[in-house]
Write a protein that binds this ligand. Structure first.
Ligand code: ZN
Length: 302
């Protein structure tokens, strides 16, 4: 009898322990810290309810020139997974991660892609252009890298991440085809655009649009007078009707460029950050849709 009572008690305790452990696993989200808002949206799409995502640089923020805070270091130290773009986009982040002693899983979203090299005034040597997400096919590589990182950080939910990633990748495949169709309807000679900084080279290569900008790959430089003069001349010579401001860059330079060249402000493009949740580019897919609609409206006018 004593033995039986003990056995029942042990079984009850074991069951309680097992149930408790399982509930904890199901309720504890994987803590993910990403450098900027576009990556946060991608992680949320793959991770769903299983992840808690923190973007160090939020909507409309400029990750090129961000100054990390002590709260950012604490978030990284507490994270299970870190996702960054790489290629010098958030040059402050690798140092920040090292300073926190972070030991979790680290994903560089551009892993496996080949960068477009650009010569900048500052370096005079080719540096990788970090804005790879502006080509949807590259964004699909980001998503696969994120799914792999989540599965490594949280292997129990590996299958969920795969299913969610596949569903999101299918939407991105449709998005890519839509962008191709929208822009191919515009005659090639008209597909010329001026923006604030060089953030759209990948978009241009994939979708057949020529972009130019008064400042280079990063927003931490100022426009040189000769670059402004060259662009003004080019806008007039090539009959470029519209220049676009960006959500995360100072619009004054572009307004000056527009007034001196006679071009119109074509609209606002979302380059390096999402809009706030109520805005027109609250997700990566909406960002691409918004940019393409703005471009098509402005370019079709010419
Ligand atoms: Zn940029």
């Amino acid at each position: 009898m004593w033995f039986l009572r003990c056995l029942i008690l042990s079984l009850a305790l074991a069951t309680a322990c097992w149930t408790g452990a399982n509930e904890t696993a199901a309720q504890t989200p994987v803590k993910v810290v990403v450098s900027f808002s576009i990556l946060a949206d991608m992680v949320s799409n793959v991770g769903g309810d299983a992840v808690q995502v923190t973007a160090l640089v939020g909507p409309n923020g400029d990750a090129h020139v961000y100054q990390p805070s002590p709260a950012d270091a604490r978030a990284i130290a507490a994270a299970n997974l870190i996702v960054l773009n790489g290629w010098g986009f958030e040059g402050w982040m690798p140092r920040l991660i090292d300073a926190t002693g972070f030991t979790g899983v680290r994903v560089v979203a551009t892993d496996g892609l080949s960068p477009l090299p650009r010569v900048t005034r500052r370096t005079q040597a080719p540096t990788p252009d970090p804005h790879a997400w502006q080509d949807v096919q590259n964004a699909m590589v980001y998503v696969r890298n994120i799914a792999r990182g989540l599965s490594e950080a949280d292997p129990e939910r590996r299958d969920d991440y795969r299913v969610r990633a596949d569903a999101y990748l299918a939407k991105l495949r449709d998005l890519d085809a839509w962008v191709v169709a929208q822009l191919s309807a515009i005659p090639e000679a008209k597909r010329k655009v001026v923006t604030a900084h060089d953030a759209f080279e990948y978009f241009g290569r994939r979708y057949g649009v020529t972009f130019d900008a008064p400042i280079g790959l990063s927003t931490d430089s100022e426009a040189a007078a000769k670059d402004m003069a060259r662009l003004i001349q080019q806008i007039r010579a090539e009959n470029i009707r519209a220049v676009f401001i960006e959500n995360m860059s100072d619009p004054r330079l572009l307004r000056q460029l527009a007034s001196e060249s006679g071009a119109a402000i074509g609209g606002k493009l979302y380059s390096d950050a999402l809009s706030d949740p109520a805005g027109p580019a609250a997700s990566y897919i909406e960002l691409m849709q918004h940019n393409v609609r703005e471009l098509v409206v402005a370019l079709a006018k010419r």
